[in-house]
Write a protein that binds this ligand. Structure first.
Ligand code: ADP
Ligand code: ZN
Length: 728
């Protein structure tokens, strides 16, 4: 491009938008589209994509069409452009007939420079007819990843765009997106028939973002603790369901944070207000479903938390990208659990087989990311087809706390050999089956059990080998086959390594327990075995044993293990804090509390530990009404079935409520009911059992030979009686 032409561009940049310099690739992109060439732009959010079509639209003769999926965004952009003095309009379903006619008239007059069109409107025949008469400079396809079902926001109407553009003449196309894996990129180019396009891809590395994944255990507690350290900062918390959004927002407000919910189920006026409150800093935290954030240009979002696991890494990257747009530090924290992955899989069960498989593959990528010991940044960038060569990014949990590494030269050779000798036509699971010498029919049907590599890794676990295959992929010894999703091929680097290997280190994956409870609203949470203070737990157990021996009671009557674990997590030092622990009510605090509290206080002092007051979260759920009702009814000796009916809950749920009440230390006298269902002898029998048992676990009780005549319900009723009389 000539110097004068560059000057013209720069002049317009300053004159219209007020900027002195182009950013990154902007100028090259603009020149490319002005030269009438197909242009493909992949640029992270916030880098300045819009300018890449807005400026050429202003300079060119005629009108540029901008296809954009979000109606709300359209209005925003058009308003901004008008503020710059540019005549931009939009065409979508929110306009009245009269407005549509006006837009059409102005378009044909040549007054409009940019016309934003929703894909649904574009495909309407009457609009196609009208556009055929207009003088169009070029077409911009914004959010182009919507074309691909392998992205995170597939919109079937996007697939028809090329067909329509074709009807409008031979127009240059500029496609833009903020995320595109190599597969999505290929989809976009194929679908828009612009394989010839010049590609302008910026780095996806957001150096100011810190990435972290934590196990989703006691997530609300962790959340409150985290937010307490980020007081006064703006942040977004993403949840998967509207219900969860409401619940989390409520919990945060009860705990003194300033949070507002945002999801599609809210009244539009409330949604808008909450969004404005966030932008204007009347509210610090927005708790949202993924519906929030498109087009939100708040520069100082300091943290983005994924309370639930997102559906794809692309979505994750996109959402975390809303942190730190001003270039200052932004923290991205994700809570991860297998459970979430399972739940998401279930959401997909009504989809077609194909869609379900696609969604599953995206979800798998998500769990690989979470479980992997490899630098998060390296993984994210690799996902978008970018190699990150730095060893330690210093801005992710895996780099800050590296997992111990092991020599993996032999393992890597086995992985590559497996991919190569099976013909580079299989995915991770099959490779692992071959390596571990699985008896799987599928393996045999390909004669892969006859390969040299078959069974070479039979001494290690499936997870170990899966992790090695994924690391081989991330370190680019293997590569994904773009044409066949899931298939792994051997890269150049892999072939070289096999011929001439060298020492290399891998690490083992993070382990996430599958069972423990994730959120503390559940009846009696189990604390993650790693999450509590093992030393304190030991001391508490010792104290419990001492008291139990003195009183000649089984230890569980005093406090149950989950309660002790929770104490060893939250360090209660006052009676009120202790009463907040699950399974500990005021009754028990009064009876046994003092000794436990003084033990914990001493321990906390000696070890300089953060105490409960900083950790305990208040629950927003008002269960006390139910509780009071049940206690009153039992006092009046009302039949349990009747109580359950009155509250509209099952008998089983009622028993659970009663157990909760009882385990929290309130005495309940159920004799009037128990006497109806169990005779004296049986009662004595069961009493004896609980007095001598090591545990009050009902499953254990059911397994005991002596109890074979009793039902689970009977055992539970007697346990309540027993606990009430002995413990409370
Ligand atoms: P994207 O669509 O890529 O997320 P935008 O087009 O919304 O990003 O631009 C992000 C921000 O950067 C906007 O506030 C925009 O005004 C600003 N911006 C774009 N180009 C430049 C530039 N050359 N100089 C300064 N600011 C720019
Ligand atoms: Zn890192």
């Amino acid at each position: 491009m000539l110097a004068e032409e560059t000057d013209i561009l720069k002049g317009k940049l300053k004159e219209v938008f007020g900027y002195n310099q182009f950013r990154g690739n902007q100028q090259a992109i603009i020149e490319n589209i002005l030269a009438g060439k197909n242009t493909f732009v992949i640029m992270p959010t916030g880098a300045g994509k819009s300018l890449c079509y807005q400026l050429p639209a202003i300079i060119s003769d005629g009108l540029a069409i901008v296809i954009s999926p979000l109606i709300a965004l359209m209005k925003n952009q058009v308003d901004q452009l008008r503020a710059f003095g540019i005549n931009a309009q939009f065409l979508n379903s929110t306009l009245t007939k009269g407005e549509i006619n006006r837009v059409k008239r102005e378009s044909l007059n040549g007054n409009i420079k940019l016309l934003y069109v929703a894909p649904e409107s574009l495909t309407k025949e009457e609009n196609v007819n009208f556009l055929q008469q207009a003088n169009i400079s070029f077409v911009a396809v914004d959010e182009a990843h919507c074309i691909s079902e392998w992205g995170h926001d597939f919109r079937p109407e996007y697939r028809r765009i090329k067909e329509i553009i074709g009807q409008l003449g031979n127009l240059p196309v500029i496609a833009l997106t903020a995320t595109a894996t190599p597969k999505v990129q290929q989809d976009i180019q194929r679908n828009l028939q612009m394989e010839d396009a010049d590609l302008f891809k910026s780095s996806f590395n957001r150096t100011n973002l810190f990435y972290e994944v934590r196990p989703k255990k006691h997530a609300k507690k962790q959340l409150v603790q985290y937010l307490a350290k980020h007081k006064n900062n703006s942040g977004i918390i993403y949840c998967l369901s509207r219900k969860k959004v409401q619940e989390v927002a409520e919990i945060l407000n009860v705990n003194g944070f300033n949070a507002a919910p945002y999801h599609a189920g809210l009244d539009p006026s409330i949604r808008e207000k909450n969004q404005d409150d966030f932008l204007n800093e009347n509210v610090n935290i927005i708790v949202a479903t993924i519906a929030f954030g498109m087009g939100i240009d708040k520069p100082d979002v300091r943290f983005v938390i994924h309370y639930d696991v997102p559906k794809s890494l692309e979505g994750y990257y996109q959402e975390t990208g809303r942190a730190g747009r001003d270039g200052l530090q932004g923290e991205c924290l994700m809570f991860y659990s297998h459970n979430d992955i399972n739940k998401l899989e279930k959401f997909n069960k009504d989809k077609s087989v194909q869609e379900r498989e696609n969604a599953l593959i995206l979800l798998q990528e998500m769990s690989y990311y979470a479980e992997s010991p490899v630098c998060r940044r390296k993984q994210l960038l690799h996902y978008f087809g970018e190699e990150y060569k730095v060893d330690n990014c210093e801005q992710c949990d895996n780099c800050q706390n590296p997992k111990e590494k092991f020599q993996a030269e032999q393992e890597l050779k086995i992985v590559i050999e497996a991919a190569l000798t099976t013909g580079e036509r299989f995915g991770l699971t099959h490779l692992v089956n071959v390596i571990r010498g699985s008896e799987n029919q599928y393996v045999k049907s390909y004669d892969h059990d006859k390969l040299d590599v078959y069974g070479k890794g039979n001494e290690e676990s499936i997870d170990f080998w899966k992790s090695n295959v994924r690391q081989a992929l991330i370190y680019e010894f293997l590569e994904k086959d773009i044409e066949n999703i899931g298939v792994l091929k051997v890269s150049e680097r892999g072939r070289k390594f096999l011929k001439d290997s060298y020492p290399i280190k891998f690490a083992k994956d993070h382990e996430y327990a599958t069972d423990a409870s994730e959120e503390e609203n559940s009846e009696r949470p189990r604390v993650d075995s790693k999450a509590y203070d093992v030393k304190l737990f030991g001391l508490l157990k010792g104290l419990r044993k001492k008291i139990a021996d003195q009183k000649e009671l089984p230890p569980f009557v005093i406090f149950q293990d989950p309660s002790l674990e929770e104490m060893a997590t939250t360090y209660p030092t006052t009676e009120a804090e202790l009463a907040n622990v699950n399974g500990v009510g005021m009754g028990k605090v009064q009876k046994f509390g003092q000794q436990f509290l003084s033990l914990i206080s001493d321990y906390v002092d000696e070890n300089e530990i953060t105490t409960a007051s900083e950790v305990v979260i208040k629950s927003s759920v008002n269960r006390s009404k139910m509780k009071i009702f049940i206690i009153q009814q039992i006092d009046k000796k009302v039949d349990l079935e009747e109580i359950a009916d009155a509250k509209g809950i099952s008998f089983d749920d009622l028993l659970k409520e009663i157990e909760n009440i009882c385990y929290s230390g309130t005495k309940l006298n159920l004799d009037y009911y128990i006497d109806q269902v169990l005779d004296d002898e049986k009662q004595d029998d069961l009493y004896d059992y609980f007095l001598n048992a090591d545990t009050d676990n009902i499953q254990e009780a059911l397994k005991d030979q002596d109890n074979e005549d009793y039902s689970e319900e009977e055992l539970r009723l007697m346990r309540i009686k027993f606990m009430s009389e002995y413990a409370n």
